[in-house]
Design a protein around this ligand. Structure first.
Ligand code: ADP
Ligand code: MG
Length: 355
């Protein structure tokens, strides 16, 4: 079932194209995240869905109904924003009760429902407090509870954890994930934090300059990015420029200043000899190897720096031609000390190259 259907939506502010011909569907119960740098149009697109901003072109359908020009309060959308403050003069109980009072529910029903959602966010004891008597994380949970109390068709969240410190953000991420899984709510989420997007989402819509650059599940975005922008925005990456020297039998050979890369590709037909390409090798695909042999998918260089991070070691290596390589090595699999200034050879598997 399609909950939300955004069709070719565009929005311009004078000379700025905030949202540029975006089409996107959100399925019932799906957690979809708009991810992108600041200014890429995430908030504008969310505001169009919420009915706070009118698009210049395109259509928005909610639950199969045309909603492009529907007033915000008729859209049945719950909102949690970073700075979407609770009413400061109302108790937690009254804050959560507010959407139900607006809908003229009976008092007994309101009491039951507020108690129910306070239980869900595991804050049953704070009903009588004022928002300022709660921590930032608790306030955000109350905002979530207020949004859940009337079971909106879709919940939209714009950087809801942006104001919280790291520890609390991690806890709240788990909380949001739990709420989503347990209650099957449909979420359209916004963040500029790639780790948050990877951890929470069923699918991610990567935004760039108002456009939807790639829409895919987190692992596909990570392992099969369709652009250099996607490859470098998500995760750490080694990006190597080169030219195609041969393309046959599912294998592509690429030469660059650092050496030769061989990659497995589904369709060699998509490439011609002489094409300029960019190869992506993720740092965790790289391993140390003996330097005697000189072969493809291998580079030698000098260790620039070593950052020990417990389970992994982050190695920065500079090759003779000046290309920088980043390698993430499992500490438990790395024998002997790797030190700054040491000469090392790095290699990776043919299947770990993405062009
Ligand atoms: P994001 O949420 O990804 O940071 P926004 O949707 O807030 O991006 O903004 C996208 C672009 O549209 C930016 O260039 C921003 O400056 C511009 N923009 C957003 N809202 C307005 C507005 N009300 N008036 C003028 N320009 C705006
Ligand atoms: Mg924004």
């Amino acid at each position: 079932v399609r909950k939300l259907d955004i069709r070719a939506v565009g929005k311009r502010y004078r000379s700025v194209i905030a949202v540029d011909d975006v089409s996107l569907e959100v399925a019932d119960g799906e957690f979809l995240t708009l991810l992108g740098p600041s200014g890429s149009g995430k908030t504008t697109l969310l505001s169009i869905v919420a009915g706070l901003v009118l698009p210049d072109s395109g259509e928005v359908h909610i639950d199969g109904r045309l909603a492009t020009y529907m007033p915000a309060h008729k859209r049945d959308i719950g909102m949690v924003f970073q700075n979407y403050a609770l009413f400061p003069h109302l108790s937690v109980f009254e804050n959560i009760a507010f959407p139900l009072r607006m809908r003229k529910h009976r008092e007994a029903h309101i009491r039951d429902e507020v108690a129910r959602v306070l239980g869900i966010v595991e804050l049953p004891h704070v009903a009588d407090r004022l928002p300022r008597q709660l921590s930032g994380g608790q306030q955000q949970r109350i905002a979530l509870a207020r949004c859940m109390v009337y079971q909106p068709s879709i919940t939209i969240m714009d950087e809801p954890l942006g104001a919280l410190d790291k520890g609390l953000r991690d806890t709240m991420q788990l909380e949001i994930k739990r709420l989503h899984q347990q209650y099957g709510i449909t979420v359209l989420y916004v963040t500029h934090d790639q780790e948050e997007a990877l951890a929470l989402s069923d699918r991610i819509c990567l935004m760039r300059d108002g456009r939807a650059e790639q829409i895919a599940p987190p692992s596909e975005l990570y392992f099969a990015p369709r652009s250099v922008f996607a490859a470098s925005f998500i995760g750490d990456s080694n990006l190597l420029d080169g030219r195609v020297v041969s393309a046959a039998e599912g294998k592509l050979v690429v030469d660059g200043s650092y050496g030769r890369i061989v990659a497995e590709v589904e369709e060699t037909g998509a490439f011609d000899i002489g094409d300029e390409v960019v190869a992506l090798v993720r740092p965790e695909s790289i391993r140390l190897c003996g330097s005697a042999e000189n072969r493809e998918n291998m580079v030698s260089g000098v260790v620039d720096s070593v950052l020990f991070a417990g389970g992994v070691m982050n190695l920065f290596v500079r090759t003779n031609d000046g290309t920088g390589f980043q390698a993430k090595l499992l500490t438990s699999r790395t024998t002997g000390a790797v030190e700054r200034g040491a000469r090392v050879s790095l290699s990776w598997d043919i299947r770990d190259v993405r062009l």
